[in-house]
Design a protein around this ligand. Structure first.
Ligand SMILES: O=C(O)C(=O)C[C@H](O)[C@H](O)COP(=O)(O)O
Length: 213
């Protein structure tokens, strides 16, 4: 698939809701009820990070069992991560930054990648490779909505999903920027709610997030 088509897929996924939850899942058995709660709350695109041994099983379970969910994989650092997540059923991939090896692997893969960038030079390098939709990471420590707003004029062809340090209360300052399509954040799936199986609590957090903007 061409980079243009993969980027179109990324765009339509990012346009589904104002927030993409970034999930750290410790127990794959939590994946399906958690994803159902997020979808019920109006948040269909879900990024499951490859930070725990349960991540690939969680992605597989959501892909197979949760109607309406668009499951993606986060913390993709290598070609191997990309292949494993694609095989598990991920529909999109997210990386905190890029390496030449990861970009080459993404060119060879049909799994659309949302690559991370934190400087204008990184953004320009990714533009050269055909990427117009990028993750801005780590959004708040790297300069927050002020940095992102400053890129809108010289880099108008690039649209971002800022992630890293964003909360329900700070999301609107990002979402109001012309070069932001949605934000990412871990606040929708807190560890204690996952551990306690508080699915209605997660649905309530999703509903609040879906109403942003
Ligand atoms: O795993 C990845 O690929 C990442 O780039 C990191 C995540 O996007 C942040 O960890 C978001 O987490 P919060 O700052 O808690 O909202």
């Amino acid at each position: 698939m061409s980079i243009e088509n993969k980027q179109k897929q990324v765009e339509s996924t990012l346009r589904l809701a104002p927030v993409v939850p970034v999930v750290i899942i410790e127990d794959a058995r939590h994946a399906v009820p958690m994803a159902r709660a997020l979808v019920a709350g109006g948040i269909p695109a879900i990024e499951v990070t490859l930070r725990t041994p349960a991540a690939l099983d969680a992605i597989k379970a959501i892909a197979e069992e949760v109607e309406g969910a668009v499951v993606g994989v986060g913390t993709v650092l290598s070609a191997k991560d990309l292949r494993a997540a694609h095989k598990a059923g991920a529909k999109f991939a997210v990386s905190p930054g890029v390496s030449p090896g990861l970009l080459d692997a993404a060119d060879d893969s049909d799994l659309p990648l949302l690559p991370g960038a934190a400087t204008a030079s990184e953004v320009m390098t990714l533009l050269e490779r055909g990427y117009r939709f990028l993750k801005f990471f780590p959004a708040v420590p790297a300069g927050g909505h002020k940095l992102l707003g400053a890129w809108a004029s010289p880099l108008p062809q690039v649209t971002f999903c800022p992630t890293g340090g964003i909360s329900l209360s700070s999301a609107p300052e990002f979402l109001s920027l012309p070069n932001v399509v949605c934000v990412g954040g871990s606040w929708l799936t807190p560890a204690d709610k996952l551990r306690n199986g508080d699915w209605s609590g997660i649905e309530a957090l999703a509903r609040e997030a879906a109403a942003l903007r």
